[in-house]
Write a protein that binds this ligand. Structure first.
Ligand SMILES: Nc1ncnc2c1ncn2[C@@H]1O[C@H](COP(=O)(O)O)[C@@H](O)[C@H]1OP(=O)(O)O
Ligand SMILES: [Mg+2]
Length: 769
């Protein structure tokens, strides 16, 4: 049954004829006759029936639009008579002592909005706050019902001004409030203000946002910038701009956040809050560091208090000088953090002299900032997830198998796996954006630093702290601390935090300072005593840029000896690459090699398949052997490697004029980037690795530590060109002036001889006599 038929049943006109109950007819009838509530007797009789029927009838109205066809419509989840027809009915009901239909206040009634504005304006403080909140909510409900209602609210005298004033007054109230509260209460109130269901200022902002204010109104508010209007407007505009940039499903819902209140100490919550506001609390961090562990909370609390007093988080900040609290609220709500009032103001200004709007959306869309948790360092919380449990289980298994470095091995695997995830994401971006063809290598830099930070984080979290943490790594923070590196630092911070959140093992949020200090964890010089981690965060950056092979290479030195090594090779096939020049054979890619001294070497997939023991090939005839070398010609002397490996023949006509054989390798060299070569050699994909850098190049320990132990534990040998073991105890560099060779035990004697012969010949050819 349709609404039209209901009206036919329920309403008869004065002449007793069926009224046309179509929208127009119903309106006409009510307008002409019922406007004054003069209803005929027929109508009186039928209205009672109509009233008792309206519930049954209404359920047939299709849901969807606010105004359904006919003289009924949807409102607040119920079907109601339209205003005109409903007004007639209600008037009649009132005149004849019938119970009125349950209709709400007409939403588009400007008088009602004005009344609510009046009510809200007079209600301030104490119980009044609740009533103001109720008034604001009602205005919001009215405004959100239709565009017409929005215009009606905007047009109601004093309504926009009232909404803005709620926000502005809350600033002033909060300033007084901050000076009267204890630090802990204060922080709780600041932090939780965004987590509570709502506050008048939030409701007011919500209404202002939903109104989609017209330009004249916006200009009016901008023109009256006396004590916070401008900032308020900036926030609203920002919110609008941000919401328009966000997918619809993210709008209107609060970000899911873990409660940081109960579990984390004051200093963490404070820092996390400031981090979200884009204001790293360096001052508090420095004070905390100086105060030592016990007094850290007190030191931070006192600095926090000073900051609050000096420049309250609730006091509007001058344009461009910082982040407005409502900006933070808005940003937190829609999922962004790094936006400032100045940008919003520029966005709101039509003056050509001002900078153009710059609403910066991070390249790696952040999800991390919902987790306002302790910054790094200190005192890392222990992982609690399933991933951590797996890590412990793997460490326990290795320990049971007699591996004295089981815990370190498990930590190292986890570290390079996480770093590999970050690198893979960046490499994908690089390849998609085509950045590898440009001189700008900043994406590689982001991945390099990011990888190093994640490795250092995981090692500090997971590896047993026998003594102080020491890491010899390729990167330090010097470049990032220079002017002009802000953007790259920001990208690194976002990328690292995002990777941590995606992984889910750690509840840690890195500040920019935390990022810099984590990078500097790798500044150790290594040496012959103690334990040192040795890391190349991306080995083979050229391959990484090309989309080819690269590795995250991590080793542990104990008293100058490599005792453990892991190599994550995200692009290396899990099958053999023997004759494929490093290309994938179509198998799954992503190999994780690992080795601990005395325990052999293993390979597993980076996705986490069970590890399998590996061993170098058992070829003892060089003719059957193949050899690996650098993909990059500049990294190794190809004429030398060629002369070591090959049969050399010269012809005079059909006669062999000259013939000598060093190794007699027949297969062409397999050229791939990075320490993936060591991994491939260790699992028997090839028999020999030759590396002869140009004169003057100094090999670094992180380029060989992990790879060499993987090969030696797989039964191979790695030496310099004279047959000496590599010495990793001399600091950051390997003390070598010739090349590095690696092969199995059977081939090593003939390889060494071939190498020495080739070098001798080369030297003879180079000498003038
Ligand atoms: N001129 C060079 N000669 C030898 N090795 C180099 C040279 N320049 C950089 N490397 C390093 O050699 C390694 C890559 O070796 P391969 O040629 O076997 O792929 C990398 O560690 C790379 O540094 P980086 O790690 O910064 O890429
Ligand atoms: Mg390297």
């Amino acid at each position: 049954m349709t609404m039209r038929r209901t009206s036919v049943v329920g309403c008869r006109n004065a002449e007793g004829a069926d009224a046309d109950a179509s929208d127009a007819a119903a309106g006409k009838e009510c307008g002409e006759v019922g406007g004054e509530a003069h209803l005929t007797e027929n109508m009186v009789c039928t209205l009672g029936a109509a009233r008792s029927r309206h519930r049954t009838v209404a359920k047939d109205i299709p849901r969807g639009s606010a105004r359904s066809p006919g003289s009924w419509r949807w409102q607040s989840g119920r079907r109601r008579p339209t205003t005109r027809c409903g007004g007639v009915i209600q008037a009649w009901c009132a005149a004849h002592s019938f119970e009125r239909f349950p209709t709400p206040h007409p939403p588009d009634d400007s008088c009602r909005v004005a009344a609510l504005v009046d009510e809200g304006t007079t209600m301030l403080g104490g119980d009044g706050r609740q009533r103001q909140l109720a008034a604001l909510r009602e205005i919001k409900a009215i405004a959100t019902e239709s565009d017409r209602n929005k215009r009606c609210v905007e047009a109601t005298p004093g309504a926009v001004k009232f909404l803005v004033s709620v926000v502005v007054q809350s600033h002033a109230a909060a300033s007084t409030y901050t000076s009267a509260r204890s630090d802990d209460d204060l922080l709780d109130s600041v932090i939780n203000s965004r987590m509570s269901t709502s506050s008048p200022e939030e409701e007011a902002l919500g209404v202002l946002y939903s109104l989609k204010l017209s330009e004249p109104t916006l200009r009016r508010i901008l023109g009256k910038d006396n004590g916070g209007f401008l900032d308020t407007l900036a926030s609203v505009l920002l919110l609008k701009a941000m919401t328009s940039a966000m997918p619809p499903e993210r709008l209107g819902c609060r970000p899911r956040r873990r409660s940081i209140r109960s579990r984390t100490p004051l200093r963490y919550r404070w820092r996390a809050f400031l981090e979200e506001a884009g204001e790293p609390d360096d001052e508090a961090s420095a004070a905390a560091a100086a105060a030592g562990e016990e007094q850290e909370d007190d030191a931070v609390a006192s600095i926090s208090r000073q900051r609050l007093a000096r420049r309250s988080l609730y006091t509007p900040t001058p344009a461009g000088s910082g982040t407005h609290p409502y900006t933070c609220m808005a940003a937190a709500r829609v999922g962004l953090v790094s936006v400032s009032v100045s940008h919003a103001l520029h966005a709101s200004s039509s003056s050509p002299s001002l900078r153009p709007p710059r609403l910066r959306l991070p390249p790696y869309l952040p999800r991390h900032h919902h987790h306002l948790l302790p910054t790094f360092p200190p005192n890392y919380p222990r992982p609690s997830s399933a991933a951590a449990a797996r890590l412990r289980a793997s460490a326990t298994m290795s320990q049971a198998a007699g591996n004295p470095y089981a815990a370190e091995l498990a930590a190292a695997k986890k570290a390079v796996t996480l770093a590999a995830r970050l690198c893979q994401a960046v490499q994908k971006d690089i390849l998609q954006s085509g950045v590898q063809s440009k001189a700008d290598q900043s994406p590689v830099t982001v991945a390099d630093y990011g990888s190093q930070i994640l490795v250092s984080l995981v090692l500090k979290m997971e590896a047993p702290a026998s003594s102080s943490f020491s890491m010899v790594a390729e990167e330090d923070s010097e470049e990032l601390r220079k002017e002009g590196a802000e953007e790259i630092l920001e990208n690194i911070t976002e990328l690292v935090n995002e990777t941590i959140v995606d992984d889910g093992t750690y509840s840690i949020y890195f500040s920019k300072e935390g990022i810099l200090s984590a990078i500097d964890d790798g500044k150790s010089e290594g040496g012959p005593s103690g334990r040192h981690w040795v890391l190349d965060p991306i080995d083979g950056t050229k391959g990484f840029l090309r989309g080819d092979q690269y590795a995250i290479a991590l080793a542990l030195l104990d008293e100058g000896k490599v005792v453990l090594g892991v190599l994550a090779c995200p692009n290396l096939s899990l099958g053999s690459i023997g004759n494929l020049n490093g290309g994938s054979s179509g198998d799954q890619v992503g190999a994780l090699f690992s080795a601990t001294i005395g325990c052999g070497a293993e390979v597993e997939s980076l996705q986490g398949s069970p590890a399998q023991k590996i061993s170098v090939c058992s070829i003892d005839n060089p003719v059957e052997a193949s050899f690996f070398e650098s993909y990059e010609g500049a990294h190794s002397l190809r004429d030398l490697t060629g002369s070591i490996a090959e049969v050399h023949e010269s012809y005079l006509g059909n006669l062999v004029f000259e013939c000598w054989q060093k190794l007699g390798v027949q297969a062409p060299p397999v050229r791939i980037d990075s320490q993936a070569k060591y991994g491939a050699l260790a699992r028997g994909d090839g028999a020999i690795y030759l590396r002869f850098p140009h004169k003057g190049y100094r090999e670094k320990i992180w380029d060989h530590a992990a790879g060499s132990i993987v090969v030696t534990e797989a039964g191979g040998l790695v030496t310099d060109a004279s047959g000496n073991d590599l010495d990793f105890s001399k600091g950051r560099f390997l003390d070598l002036d010739t090349g590095i060779i690696a092969t199995n035990k059977q081939l090593m004697p003939s390889l060494l001889k071939a190498v020495q012969d080739a070098i001798k010949e080369q030297n003879q050819a180079a000498s003038p006599l």
